[in-house]
Design a protein around this ligand. Structure first.
Ligand SMILES: NC(=O)c1ccc[n+]([C@@H]2O[C@H](COP(=O)([O-])OP(=O)(O)OC[C@H]3O[C@@H](n4cnc5c(N)ncnc54)[C@H](O)[C@@H]3O)[C@@H](O)[C@H]2O)c1
Length: 263
């Protein structure tokens, strides 16, 4: 599918991978609808797109709220007449061990709160579900061709301290297989589904880390550096343009080494 003149709805568009996707796909001629809770960040992304001659709107959205997500999709259609590319990049993490016994007493002192468990499930899993469901309902009804993405993570393999986050990323890595199967069963031919599983990407959170922490992360990456946001968006663009890519999750990690193997 060509990118030019297609309509892309991107959640998490105020920052990181979502913002980079919006800016790069706009440069390739897509019409962009960005959504996020962070209005200041949305305006910043919008400004960058418009400065370079791109077309975009922003819709303040909480992806965990069904009414917000419905409103986002309706606003996209009002502005640009269709939906073709859906990138649910809104995501959060709230890391801690499930239970942490105290070194001296051996008794559990700290644990992952239900609130922190559910916050990550709600944004990463429910938010992705609502975004893909509300977009694909409209795409199928109107027979718009397109592609749905899920944004997973290399930590879908499992990561200590990320019981909540890794669970959501393992789940959305599986969704391309399930959704492509469902679309096939229902004879929906024109919608592909692709997962992107980034490794450690040059986004504000990672760049803000102490140099020694960053160094300890990068030492286990085969390419010896963080992945650039551009390299993630290039994989998204490749997936859009190559009609044979569907029902799969692509790992774009630079080779994260675990027990001697790229995990
Ligand atoms: N940065 C990495 O190294 C990396 C690696 C693997 C996977 N990922 C995944 O990529 C996605 C984007 O990550 P990023 O690094 O760009 O993060 P980021 O923090 O830069 O951007 C995430 C955006 O999501 C928004 N958001 C959070 N909760 C929201 C909600 N309820 N409704 C709407 N928007 C909400 C935030 O305001 C923020 O702008 C996430 O799903 C993340 O898990 C990132």
């Amino acid at each position: 599918m060509e990118i030019k003149n297609k309509v892309a709805v991107i959640t998490g568009g105020a920052s990181g991978i979502g913002a980079a996707s919006a800016i790069q796909l706009a440069q390739k001629g897509a019409k962009i609808v960005i959504a996020d809770l962070n209005e200041e960040g949305l305006n910043e992304t919008l400004g960058k797109i418009r400065e370079s001659g791109g077309e975009a709107i922003a819709v303040k959205t909480n992806v965990t709220l069904e009414e917000d997500v419905k409103n986002l999709m309706d606003k996209a259609i009002d502005a640009f007449g269709s939906i073709n590319i859906v990138i649910p990049s809104a995501g959060i993490f709230k890391d801690s061990f499930m239970v942490s016994p105290d070194r001296e007493t051996g008794k559990v002192k700290r644990f992952m709160s239900t609130e922190n468990f559910m916050a990550v499930i709600n944004v990463n899993l429910l938010g992705t579900f609502l975004t893909l469901r509300e977009a694909s309902k409209r795409m199928i009804d109107q027979k718009w061709e397109g592609i749905l993405f899920t944004i997973s993570s290399i930590n879908k393999e499992g990561q200590i301290g990320q019981l909540n986050y890794s669970s959501t990323k393992a789940a959305v890595a599986l969704w391309p297989k399930i959704l492509v199967g469902e679309f096939h069963a229902k004879k929906v031919k024109d919608i592909r589904v692709v997962g992107i599983a980034p490794g450690y990407v040059e986004t504000p959170i990672l760049l803000g880390m102490k140099p020694e922490v960053l160094e300890s992360i990068v030492k286990d990456v085969a390419i010896g550096r963080l992945v650039k946001t551009k390299e993630i968006v290039d994989s998204i663009a490749f997936s859009i343009e190559n009609d044979a890519v569907t029902g799969t999750t692509l790992e774009i990690s630079g080779g994260v080494i675990s027990k001697g193997l790229a995990k």
